[in-house]
Write a protein that binds this ligand. Structure first.
Ligand code: FE
Length: 221
């Protein structure tokens, strides 16, 4: 028997793992980061293979681990955890300092950061386990670290709620004429009240500009 819920009882912290490639930074929110050896001090980081940071670490062989404080807000974890570096530069508008490896060290809402030089990597199916020798480590604050359990109990529900709100109020674009349906405005001329999600508009509704039906609309990211 494999009851996967049992694996949820393993304990972790929560971290922002960053790397870089040709001067471009990327990073993601990680739980599977751990010390594997004391001499030399060595850190293991498990990174999903389709993650952009995975490609950066595999190529440049450096990564940094910023340790989140228990006061880290949901928005910070949403930013690093739910957005993809394939679609946007996640490192802009973040508070950081540049480490000796060139990686971004997140300074706001983090206790400290550890930089590593990759000394080995292991294929683990969906993820690669990167082993990194510690080349720098510094503390930014004496606050307590955020645990994965605290994240699941206190922060994850907030993130889920804000994500579902975001989905409900998603804008849709007419692929024929580029008209944007904005749920906050509705389409009062056609009897669609402000605050009506696109999904709740009747199928008889048509684009107010070019008159095509709902099937010609796509969500705007
Ligand atoms: Fe249209």
């Amino acid at each position: 028997m494999i009851n996967l819920a049992t694996l949820n009882k393993l304990t972790y912290g929560l971290y922002i793992v960053t790397s870089l490639d040709q001067g471009r930074c990327n990073g993601f929110a990680a739980d599977a980061v751990f010390q594997v050896s004391a001499n030399p001090p060595t850190i293991g980081a498990c990174i999903k293979k389709d993650n952009l940071t995975h490609d950066f670490v595999a190529k440049t062989k450096v990564f940094a681990v910023s340790i989140l404080a228990e006061t880290a807000p949901a928005e910070l974890i949403r930013h690093w955890g739910l957005k993809s570096g394939h679609q946007e530069d996640k490192c802009v508008n973040t508070e950081y300092k540049t480490g000796i490896t060139g990686c971004h060290l997140i300074t706001k809402d983090s206790l400290g950061a550890i930089e590593c030089q990759v000394i080995n990597a292991f294929d683990a199916g969906s993820h690669t386990i990167f082993l990194g020798e510690v080349v720098s480590a510094e503390m930014f604050s004496e606050r307590e670290p955020l645990t994965y359990t605290q994240y699941r109990k206190n922060i994850k529900p907030d993130i889920k709620q804000s994500e579902s709100k975001r989905d409900i109020m998603k804008k849709y674009r007419c692929v024929v004429c580029d008209y944007i349906y904005d749920p906050s405005l509705g389409d009062p001329d056609s009897g669609i009240a402000p605050g009506t999600p696109f999904e709740q508009i009747p199928d008889t509704w048509v684009c107010p500009i070019c008159q095509v039906d709902k099937s010609n609309f796509e969500p705007v990211d």
